[in-house]
Design a protein around this ligand. Structure first.
Ligand SMILES: Nc1ncnc2c1ncn2[C@@H]1O[C@H](COP(=O)(O)OP(=O)(O)OP(=O)(O)O)[C@@H](O)[C@H]1O
Length: 298
């Protein structure tokens, strides 16, 4: 028996000439919220397909909830909200969610699922009359209905507006607090930063970083220097030592630097007065670019 919800060991998956996963290795502890990040073609969806038992690895071993992925799914312990998947056109939202509940043995009440998925106001609406974001919320409700031990979310917030996104992540945190392990893939890095306990970064099918968001962000050596200048000169700023890129909005200047100390020293020497100067660490986006710039499997 293992305390890990997922063990993905030395996994290789090929599609003809393309090696989508190349000795991919990671584990996810029970109750953890894990974000899988990486550029297009990095292998995230392939990993999720293997974890759901939809495909078999060519090499390596995969264990889900202590057993084979397909078995864990057939036992009703795993559910997924995938990018694809249509809804039954003539059925109403509450009927669709209720069917999922009953398939999984009605562990949560219908009201609870509708509330978690943000569907209370549209429970009677027909599936063919839903907007993209509403249909996405129905898929989330279906995935939550059985109170799964393990929940996969593939690009879950793509069609959601700001309010629906906030509601979505509150519900994810709620089910995670109840003990559900959550694995999600996204290109919205701020959502991974705010909601994941841990991030696994894939690039060309290889895990290139694995740790809490703060550890992943520390990889980026880039710093951002912001200040206010009376008459900022774009060319002059671009020529400062250590500057990677420059943004100027009126008198406000933002410089991305790979050697912020040298940049700031030269700015004081050249301009004398620097107002409202701030030096901050770069975000997850810079870290991800630093980690994955060497290859995109597209
Ligand atoms: N059924 C398939 N047949 C052939 N190649 C495939 C198939 N599925 C995936 N691939 C290839 O495997 C690689 C990994 O694809 P995958 O969809 O897992 O990436 P991803 O990280 O999910 O990308 P995205 O962020 O674009 O969704 C890509 O090069 C892709 O073209």
């Amino acid at each position: 028996m293992t305390a890990d919800a997922i063990v993905f060991r030395d996994v290789v998956k090929r599609f003809g000439d393309v090696t989508a996963l190349n000795r991919t290795d990671f584990a996810v502890a029970k109750g953890e919220v894990l974000a899988m990040l990486g550029p297009n073609g990095a292998g995230k969806s392939t990993a999720v397909d293997l974890l759901l038992g939809l495909r078999k690895p060519d090499e390596g071993t995969i264990s889900v909830l202590g057993t084979d992925p397909a078995k864990a799914v057939s036992q009703g312990r795993v559910s997924a909200m995938l990018q694809r998947g249509s809804l039954p056109a003539g059925a109403r939202v509450a009927e669709i969610v209720d069917l999922s509940r009953r398939l999984y043995g009605s562990v949560r009440s219908l009201d609870e699922v509708l509330g978690l998925a943000g569907l209370d106001g549209i429970a009677k609406r027909r599936a063919d009359a839903l907007s993209g974001g509403q249909a996405q919320r129905v898929r989330f409700g279906m995935a939550l209905a059985g109170k799964p031990e393990l929940l996969f979310l593939d690009e879950p917030t793509v069609a959601l507006d700001v309010e629906a996104r906030q509601h979505f992540w509150r519900s994810v945190q709620k089910v995670a607090a109840e003990g559900t392990t959550v694995v999600f893939a996204t290109h919205y890095l701020d959502e991974a930063d705010e909601n994941a306990d841990r991030i696994v970064v894939l690039n060309s099918g290889v895990v290139v970083a694995d740790g809490p968001p703060s550890t992943i962000k520390a990889v980026a050596t880039v710093r951002v220097v912001r200040c206010v200048l009376d008459e900022p000169d774009l060319n002059d700023l671009q020529g400062l030592p250590g500057v990677v890129s420059v943004e100027v909005h009126g008198q406000e200047v933002a410089l991305r630097c790979d050697d912020a100390d040298s940049t700031v020293a030269e700015m004081y020497a050249r301009y004398g007065k620097l107002r409202d100067i701030q030096v901050s660490g770069a975000g997850l986006e810079d870290a991800l670019l630093a980690l994955t710039s060497s290859g995109d499997a597209r």
